[in-house]
Design a protein around this ligand. Structure first.
Ligand code: C2E
Ligand code: MG
Ligand code: MG
Ligand code: MG
Length: 288
């Protein structure tokens, strides 16, 4: 009988793995409670125009403060929520909270919300988004959904269908972590994204690796011919920002421009974020 219990099985062969499984289960059940009690919050990270420094909006990033374990990163608990069927409830909470918060911001600011792959397989998603927009009063044009490539490739036809319905509401959709997936070009060709978010790993290597710079230039050219803007993720240095400005990358996000912070961060900032001298057309010599 004991063998039928997968936990017992794993423990028999590898006690360390069994420990990990036990911990994940405990955490998953804590997460269930966290959604109902007050342990979840959203932090917001600024997204700006690289050319002008103007603030375009904020990305909502989920935070969990566990009563005993303290802060647990989303990279740890989002996969747990996905594996335990909690992600729909969690995703609904995030969407509602983010739209409610954004409805109180100045009306030119957008809010970007990350959606999990599992949410996208849920046929009721467009209706749910519609409902949240009505209930919170947020105009659809001020909501942007962020999806990663892996969210789309399981069932392309259905993903496309759901994506079109979301866009029909007037909500925009960004392709998150672009360039790290395994068929990024096919994704761009197939799905009608409104924005490309270039993965942080490209930003990291811009200054030091000519090959990364070449790829970024190609992506910017491609995006331009598709008519969609590119946002560079993970900008940490003035040098990276300058290079992206020279390359005419449209938007940026990263610790240099602003770290994720509680929602008060929105009202405390002005209209514009200026880093490393006044933003202006490239004064540096044209790139080789
Ligand atoms: P993401 O959507 O690509 O979010 C960007 C991540 O990079 C965030 O990590 C952010 O804090 C971090 N980041 C931003 N700028 C910089 C920088 O300059 N340097 C460095 N080192 N990191 C930077 P975070 O908040 O830990 O979130 C990680 C991932 O978890 C997100 O990646 C997203 O995929 C997922 N996630 C976060 N919130 C949610 C949510 O509400 N729902 C879902 N489904 N996923 C979420
Ligand atoms: Mg994101
Ligand atoms: Mg990203
Ligand atoms: Mg990411």
């Amino acid at each position: 009988k004991a063998k039928a219990d997968p936990l017992t099985n794993i423990c028999f062969y590898d006690p360390a793995l069994g420990e990990a499984v036990r911990e994940s289960r405990a955490l998953a059940s804590d997460l269930r409670q966290a959604i109902e009690s007050d342990q979840l919050t959203l932090h917001y990270q600024v997204q700006t125009s690289i050319g002008s420094g103007e603030i375009r909006g904020y990305e909502a990033l989920l935070r969990w403060t566990h009563p005993e374990r303290g802060n647990i990163p989303p990279s740890r608990f989002i996969p747990l929520a996905e594996a335990n069927g909690l992600i729909l409830q969690l995703g609904d909470w995030v969407l509602r909270r983010a739209c409610l918060d954004a409805a109180a911001w100045p009306s030119h600011l957008k809010v970007a919300v990350n959606l999990s792959a599992i949410q996208l397989t849920h046929i009721a998603l467009p209706q749910q988004i519609h409902q949240v927009l009505i209930e919170t009063g947020l105009p659809p044009a001020r909501l942007e959904i962020e999806l990663t490539e892996t969210a789309l490739i399981k069932d392309k036809a259905q993903s496309l269908h759901i994506m079109r319905q979301i866009k029909a509401l007037g909500v925009s959709i960004a392709l998150d972590d672009f360039g790290t997936g395994y068929s990024s070009l096919d994704t761009l060709r197939t799905f009608p994204f409104d924005k490309i978010k270039l993965d942080k790993s490209f930003t990291d290597e811009l200054k030091t690796d000519p090959r990364s710079l070449a790829v970024v230039r190609a992506v910017l050219t491609l995006a331009r011919s598709l008519g969609i803007p590119v946002l560079a993720e993970g900008i940490e240095t003035v040098e990276q920002l300058e290079l992206l400005r020279i390359e005419h990358c449209d938007e940026g996000q990263g610790y240099l421009l602003g770290r994720p912070a509680p929602k008060d961060v929105v009202s405390q900032l002005g209209q514009r974020i200026e880093v490393g001298g006044a933003p202006q057309p490239a004064q540096a010599p044209a790139p080789a």
